[in-house]
Every structure is written in C-alpha cells, then in structure tokens.
Design a protein around this ligand. Sequence first.
Ligand code: 5GP
Ligand code: MN
Length: 335
Amino acid sequence: MENDFLTVLKQQLQTPQKTVIIPHKNPDGDALGSCLAWMHFLQNEKHEAVIVSPNEYPAFLDWMPGQEQILIYSQQPEQAEQKLEQADLIFTLDFNSLGRIDALEPLVEKASAFKVMIDHHESPDDYAALMYSDPKMSSTCEMVYHLITALNPKALTPDIANCLYTGIMTDTGSFKYPSTTAETHKAIAHLIEQGAEGTDIHQKIYDSSSFNRLKLLGIALSNLTQIHTLPVVYITLSQAELNSCAYQKGDTEGFVNYGLSLEGVQFACILIENEKEGKIKMSFRSKGAFSVNDFARTYFEGGGHHNAAGGMSKDSLEKTVARFKTAVLQIADQF
Ligand code: 5GP
Ligand code: MN
C-alpha cells in the first residue's frame, strides 16, 4: 500500500463521513467479506457506512456478521439511490471497472462523492479519485486487513476478523492458490488471534450444500468434456438442468474447479445458461502459465485474474460452446 493512499484516506476520514461501500454484482466471499469488514471498521470509527450491493448474494454467505444491513439495489432501488446521492465517500471493493456493477454504474458515475477503489484485479479503470490496487494480493480482504491494521492497529474485532478470514479463504481456494503468500498466512494467524473462527467458517461455506446442489454437481460432472487431446475441459449447465435441481443462487460456486482437478488439465471452463438474463455466464480457471484473464478479455467480454476469470456470451449455449472450442483451438499452441 502506498503512503500517499493512506495519507489521503486519513484526511478524508478525519471527521465523521457518510459512506457507501459497493461490491461487484453477484458478490462472492471476498467481495462481501471485504465490504462487511470495511463497514464494521468505519462504523466503529463513528462514520455512517452502508453497503449497496447490485444484486442478491448467495445463501452460503447469509450468516456473515452485518449482512442483514446490506441494501440490495435490485430490491430497494430508492433507498440505495438516496444513499449514493448523499454519500461523501464511495468505496468500490473487489472490482476495478464500473461495468461490474450493472445498473449501479450510472449512479456511481453521477454521484458527487469522493470515490475510492480497493481491489486486486489486473488493469484497473480510472474512475476513482483514490486507488489501492494490487493484483499480487490474494484477495481484497487481505488488502482491507492491511488497510485496517495500518489505520488503527487495535481496530480488529471478532466480526471484522471473521469477515476478512472468509474472503481470504474463499479467494485463495482455502490457501492453496499461488497468490497465497507468507504474508497471507501471517494475516490469517493474526485474524485467528483476534477471534476469527476458521473451522466454523469452513463448515458454513463448504459443508452447507443442499441435496439439490449435489444433484446438480452430478449433472455438471456428467457433462464434463475434453477438447480433443488438449489439456482443456469444459462443463455445461443448461437452464433446464438448473431447473431440474431447483437452482438457487450460489449452487454452482466451485463447480469449475472440478475440471481443473483432473490430472494434467491446465484450463477449465464452465458455461451456465441464464434464460432470464438472456446470456451464458462463463467461469475460467487455469493452472500455471495460461492466462484466463487474457482469454476472457479477448473472447468473452470478461476478465479477472491470471488463473481465475469470468466472462459471458449472448449467444445460445450450443453456439457459445462452439465459439469456446474455436477460441481454444486458436490458442492451442499455448498448451
Ligand atoms: P467467477 O468465475 O468466480 O465469477 O470469477 C472469477 C474471477 O474473475 C473473480 O475474481 C471475478 O471477480 C472475476 N470476473 C468474473 N467475471 C468477470 C467479468 O465479466 N469481468 C471481469 N473483469 N472480471 C470478472
Ligand atoms: Mn476477490
């Protein structure tokens, strides 16, 4: 974190401020964990802090401390708009391009608030007046950990520790991705000392599947396909297949990783049909040198990190699969 960032942020937070914190659409553990931790910190420092999420978050996160205070724009647009209009500061966490917040984009653009980005994705846009952007960080939660401890070393409460632990754990694949450093483990150790309950969080996130979710995983795995003899696999889930298992938001979280668990596979993709939004949501994961961030940006209007990215297609599922195969064959020399 650069000293300038801290200095300017401290100036902005000298007196009680009205603040809004925004995660990306379809917030995950890191987005929600970082926003909630930052909300608790600001509230404890006597600021007004409210999280405005573009849409709902998955049920496996609905135990997180403070989540009941989140304003969901798609459900309470007037209240959310009012908060954004009145805000002195807007913090955008775990994304770096306003396209990731859908309908909130124009509202944030027109808001007069001082905008601060805290994020670990590559190639940030320049909408924020102040930026803490570090793609080497495991998670936005690890960044918020550094930020809070730099601002006030005594500020870590058990609620903040639990929120930050959750996001670091989920964004590192339980501390196994290459972004996990000694510093990450030191942060985690400190969070445990301050009251984070690791075992409890692991169980709440990973051992909370519904029967329907496991049935859907069975369908996903039976759809797993390899592209020719390349170390590339993909999974499809059609809307009908999702419906047959009474799909709930968050049910497909983690499915794409099963493709990558195959020996030798370097690139895995999942394509999920969303009839209501008229699009196919794609998640990309890789091991090693192959950049799914570049792939997602080049072919599927997306982006993310080197080894984990997302994208989308407005074509049918069949056509998107065909486009995906063509794209993979075009870059096959990278494997
Ligand atoms: P997921 O596949 O879990 O949705 O996303 C994987 C990673 O890529 C996450 O860090 C997520 O924030 C990022 N990501 C997902 N979709 C998009 C997208 O459409 N654009 C960009 N820039 N990043 C994305
Ligand atoms: Mn993240």
